[in-house]
Design a protein around this ligand. Structure first.
Ligand code: ATP
Ligand code: MG
Length: 170
C-alpha cells in the first residue's frame, strides 16, 4: 500500500513527524508532497522547497525510516484540477492522509480513500506557533526534530525571518 501525506511544512515539526512515522510503519511507502513549493521568503512561508525537503528527509533518516519519497509541488490556484495536477507529479497512491477539509473533499471526489490522522499536541506542534516563537525569540526548537533545528541553523533561518519582518514594516 502506498500512502500520501500532504503539507506545507513551514517548518516540518514533531506533529508531522509523529504522523508520518506511524503511516510509514504501516504502509509500504509514504509519498510526502511538499505543497506551495514555489513559496519562500515570506513570513508565512519562510523556507524554500529544497530546505523543507532537507528538514523532512534528515528527520526521517535520523529515525531509521527510508520508505518515503518526497515530491515538491507548485500551487495551481485551481481547486477543480488540483488533484490531477498532484497525480501527474507523484507515484500512484492507494490512500490519502490529511486533516485539511478541502484536501479531503478534493481527493474523495476523485474516488480516493481519505483518512484523518490523530493530531498530536496541536496547540504547540503547529507551523504558525513555531513561526511565532521564532520571531519572538521563544523556545521553538523543542517543537521540531533535531535535524530541523540544524537545517534552520545552517541556512541562518532566524535571521531571514527577522529580515522579512523588517522589510514587512517599511
Ligand atoms: P500552518 O500553521 O503553517 O498551517 P501546520 O502545522 O498546520 O502549519 P501544515 O503543513 O499546514 O502544518 O499541515 C500539513 C498536515 O499536517 C495537515 O494535514 C495538518 O492537519 C497536519 N498537522 C499539523 N499539525 C499537526 C499535529 N500537531 N499533529 C498531527 N498532524 C498535524
Ligand atoms: Mg496548516
Amino acid at each position: 500500500m502506498r500512502a500520501l501525506y500532504i503539507g506545507r511544512f513551514q517548518p516540518y515539526h514533531l506533529g508531522h513527524h509523529a504522523v508520518i512515522k506511524e503511516i510509514a510503519s504501516e504502509a509500504d511507502e509514504v509519498i510526502i508532497v511538499i505543497g506551495s513549493a514555489q513559496r519562500s521568503h515570506e513570513l508565512e512561508n519562510p523556507f524554500t522547497a529544497g530546505e523543507r525537503y532537507l528538514m523532512i528527509s534528515k528527520s526521517l533518516r535520523d529515525d531509521g525510516i527510508s520508505n518515503f519519497y518526497i515530491v515538491p509541488i507548485l500551487d495551481v490556484n485551481w481547486n477543480a484540477v488540483w488533484v490531477s495536477h498532484v497525480e501527474s507529479l507523484m507515484p500512484p497512491v492507494d490512500e490519502v492522509f490529511t486533516n485539511n477539509p478541502l484536501i479531503e473533499r478534493l481527493f474523495e471526489e476523485r474516488g480516493y480513500e481519505v483518512h484523518a490522522p490523530l493530531l498530536f499536541n496541536r496547540k504547540e506542534y503547529s507551523g504558525r506557533e513555531i513561526r511565532r516563537r521564532m520571531l519572538n525569540n521563544e523556545n521553538w526548537a523543542i517543537l521540531v526534530p533535531e535535524a530541523v533545528t540544524e537545517v534552520i541553523k545552517e541556512i541562518d533561518g532566524l535571521r531571514r525571518m527577522e529580515n522579512l519582518r523588517r522589510s514587512d514594516r517599511q
